[in-house]
Ligand binder design. Structure first.
Ligand SMILES: [Zn+2]
Length: 426
C-alpha cells in the first residue's frame, strides 16, 4: 500500500524524479480506483488544450484508456439561485499533426429557471477552425452520459473548437476603431462593467432624426450572433450610398454592443462576473453594485426619456435554438404595442432572412422587453438568432449570415418606422 503523504514528503525531499513519477502514477490509479475513467499515460496524440486566449472557456480534461479526451466545462452560476449554465466553449486542441481525436464535453446539465436540463438528444452544432478566422460547422452527438461527443482531425497540429463563430472584445474594439472616424458616428462611455471595462453607447446617424432605435448585444456572453448582426447593420448604415442616406434620414441608431464584456473576455456563458443575469430583473431598478451593466443602460435610457428623446424601439439580440422574436403579453393594455410588434415581425419576414415567428409571455419573468414596456412605456423585444439552422437561408449559422441579417435589418427598420408609427407620431 502506498502512502500518499509519504510520496509528498519524498517529493519535497527531492527524491529521484523518475521513481517519483511512477509512484505518483500508482497513487493516482489507487485514488481513482478501478473505474477505468483515467489512464495514466494513456496513448493519445493530444499534446495540450490551450485556453490562454481571449474568450477561451475555463475547463479541465483527462484522457481515458481508449484515448478519448474528456473535457469538463466549468459551470457559470447565478447568484441567489440554483441556476447554472454551460453553453459556451472555445478552446484549441494541440496535437501531433494529422491526429484524429475523439472528444467528449461534460457538465452540460444546465439549470434554468430552477429546473435541470440536458443537451438535446439531437446533439448540437459546433465550429472548428485552424486559424481562428475561417470556421466550418461540425455536429456533436449526445452521449448516454449526457455529454457531447465529436471526432476531428487536427491536420496542422492545432485546431480551435468553438460553440459559435466567435466575436471577441477585440473584434468590437477593431470595429469601433474603424467606424469612429466617421462624422456619422459618436461613441460615448455610459458606464463600466463589474471589472471596470468601458461600456459604450454607439450612435450612428443624426440624433435629430425623427425615429430612434436602440440595439443591445451580448447580455449573454455565449451568444455571439448579436454582435455580428450589429456589425452588419452599422456597416450598412455607413455605406455612404443612397439607401444608407434614406435609412438615416428616417432613424438614428443607438447600440450598446457588448453588455457583458467581462463574460465575453473570460469565456463565460450567461451571467456577469457577480452572477447577475443581464436579461432578468428588469421589473425593478438595476442594482448598480451587482449589475452595473444594466444600471448603465437604465441610466442612459432615463436621460433620453428626460430629454424627450426615448427610443421608439429597443431590440435585445440573443441566440437560442428557436430563433424567435419575443414580445411581452402582460395583461396591462398592450394592444397597440402588440400591433406594432406584429408589423415589426412582418417587416423582418419581408426584408430579412427571418422566418421563425414570434412568441410572447403573459407571465412576469423580468426580461428586458417586459421591463422596458411596463416601466418605461418603451416598445421593446428580444430577438433570438437561431444557433443551429437558418431556415430562411437553408444553411447553418455563420458570422457572414448574421452580418447579412444586420444589413437587411436596416431596410426592415426603415419600413417599420414608416408603417407602425403612423398612428403614434414620434
Ligand atoms: Zn440570451
Amino acid at each position: 500500500m502506498i502512502d500518499v503523504r509519504k510520496v509528498l514528503v519524498e517529493r519535497q525531499a527531492g527524491h529521484a524524479e523518475g521513481t517519483l513519477l511512477v509512484r505518483e502514477c500508482l497513487v493516482w490509479l489507487l485514488l481513482v480506483g478501478v473505474t477505468g475513467q483515467v489512464g495514466c499515460g494513456a496513448a493519445s496524440e493530444l499534446v495540450f488544450i490551450n485556453t490562454s486566449f481571449e474568450n477561451a472557456c475555463p475547463l479541465h480534461w483527462e484522457t481515458d484508456k481508449e484515448g478519448v479526451i474528456h473535457i469538463h466545462l466549468v459551470y457559470d452560476q447565478e447568484r441567489g439561485s440554483t441556476n447554472r449554465a454551460n453553453g459556451h466553449w472555445f478552446f484549441q486542441l494541440q496535437a501531433v499533426p494529422g491526429a484524429r481525436l475523439t472528444v467528449v464535453l461534460h457538465n452540460l446539465e444546465n439549470i434554468y429557471n430552477g429546473r435541470k436540463g440536458a443537451p438535446s438528444e439531437k446533439g448540437c452544432l459546433s465550429f472548428v477552425s485552424e486559424d481562428g478566422k475561417v470556421w466550418r460547422p461540425i455536429h456533436l452527438e449526445t452521449t448516454q452520459g449526457r455529454g457531447l461527443r465529436f471526432t476531428v482531425t487536427v491536420s496542422t497540429g492545432s485546431l480551435y473548437v468553438a460553440r459559435l463563430e466567435p466575436y471577441r472584445l477585440s473584434d468590437l474594439e477593431k470595429m469601433i476603431a474603424r467606424i469612429r472616424r466617421s462624422p456619422l458616428v459618436r461613441v460615448t462611455k455610459i458606464g463600466a462593467t463589474v471589472q471596470g471595462r468601458d461600456l459604450e453607447m454607439i450612435r450612428v446617424g443624426d440624433a435629430g432624426a425623427p425615429c430612434r432605435v436602440l440595439l443591445r448585444g451580448r447580455a449573454h456572453p455565449w451568444e455571439a450572433g448579436g454582435n455580428w448582426a450589429i456589425q452588419g447593420l452599422i456597416d450598412r448604415l455607413l455605406k455612404g450610398d443612397a439607401d444608407a442616406a434614406r435609412f438615416l434620414e428616417r432613424y438614428c441608431l443607438y447600440v450598446m454592443p457588448m453588455a457583458n464584456k467581462d463574460g465575453v473576455v473570460h469565456g463565460r456563458t450567461r451571467f456577469n462576473q457577480l452572477g447577475a443575469d443581464l436579461n432578468r430583473k428588469w421589473g425593478q431598478p438595476a442594482d448598480a453594485a451587482i449589475a452595473p451593466e444594466n444600471a448603465a443602460l437604465e441610466g442612459w435610457l432615463t436621460r433620453m426619456i428626460d430629454r424627450g428623446t426615448a427610443p421608439h424601439l429597443v431590440i435585445d439580440l440573443h441566440n437560442d435554438s428557436f430563433g424567435q422574436l419575443h414580445v411581452t403579453r402582460l395583461d396591462i393594455g398592450l394592444q397597440d404595442y402588440l400591433k406594432r410588434m406584429d408589423v415589426f415581425e412582418a417587416m423582418l419576414r419581408k426584408h430579412t432572412w427571418f422566418t421563425e415567428g414570434s412568441v410572447g409571455s403573459g407571465r412576469r419573468v423580468g426580461t428586458i422587453e417586459e421591463g422596458l414596456v411596463e416601466r418605461f412605456g418603451i416598445d421593446a423585444c428580444v430577438l433570438e438568432l437561431h444557433d443551429t439552422w437558418i431556415a430562411g437561408l437553408n444553411d447553418t449559422p455563420s458570422a457572414k449570415h448574421w452580418e447579412l441579417f444586420g444589413a437587411q435589418l436596416a431596410e426592415a427598420l426603415y419600413r417599420y418606422f414608416a408603417e407602425a408609427l403612423q398612428s403614434k407620431k414620434p
